[in-house]
Design a protein around this ligand. Structure first.
Ligand SMILES: [Ca+2]
Length: 225
């Protein structure tokens, strides 16, 4: 009996997937849990990375007509706000309204210490009885920095990148050029309606040579047609 038992123990075992599952059930459970963990943890990061990035085009011909013409305003109106704005200096103001006043000597400047990474400017779409209720937004026309003078443009910071959000949901990144010239950026259209919030979050800057205030002179949402 003793001899038989010893022989039985010494018989080589054939390893198969079936025997492995029986012998290592906890290992398989761990593997499944790990895969689930990375699927859950990894997916939000992956989603952010996969946001499309759009590059602006620089308009070399500095014709004043480029600042006029149709925009999303043909269909909708909006009000402006920002996460912060530089305090007024005498008659000079730096509020969010300045990007949509059509003037080339006013700007929005963020108002926090440093270059304002994470600060945002926002268009909130308004109800308007004479306008459409919903319209496509497919672009932005932008004048980057404070272009009131060459000295002011160089002294203050400019936006290198915005993250565009619709109702706090990230839509895309917008890369801007470091130029006082007029820039256009076009992207896959999103439908917007009254109550919607189009937010541009500063995610990158070109530092100014004197001040750490990031400025934008004009932002015009393009769309409607
Ligand atoms: Ca600042």
């Amino acid at each position: 009996m003793v001899r038989q038992e010893r022989e039985a123990v010494q018989t080589p075992e054939v390893l198969t997937w079936a025997t492995l599952r029986i012998r290592w059930p906890s290992g398989l459970v761990m593997l499944v849990l790990l895969l689930a963990f990375f699927a859950i943890i990894g997916s939000p990061a992956k989603a952010v990375e996969e946001l499309p990035t759009y590059q602006s085009e620089i308009e070399e011909d500095d014709h004043p007509g480029f600042y006029l013409g149709c925009s999303l305003e043909c269909a909708l109106t909006w009000s402006m706000s920002a996460s912060s704005s530089l305090e007024p200096a005498g008659e000079l103001t730096y509020g969010a309204d300045n990007v949509s006043d059509g003037r080339l000597d006013t700007c929005w400047a963020e108002g926090v210490p440093g270059n304002g990474i994470g600060q945002w400017i926002q268009f909130k779409i308004q109800d308007h009885p004479d306008r459409k209720t919903e319209a496509p937004l497919w672009g932005l026309h932008i004048i980057n920095g404070y272009i009131k003078s060459t000295q002011l443009w160089q002294a203050n910071s400019r936006v290198q990148q915005f993250r565009m959000e619709l109702n706090e949901k990230p839509i895309c990144y917008i890369d801007l050029a470091d130029t006082p010239k007029f820039q256009r950026v076009y992207f896959s259209h999103v439908m917007v309606k009254a109550g919607d919030r189009i937010r541009l979050v500063i995610t990158g800057v070109y530092p100014g040579n004197t001040y750490d205030d990031t400025c934008v002179t004009i932002i015009r949402p393009m769309g409607a047609h």
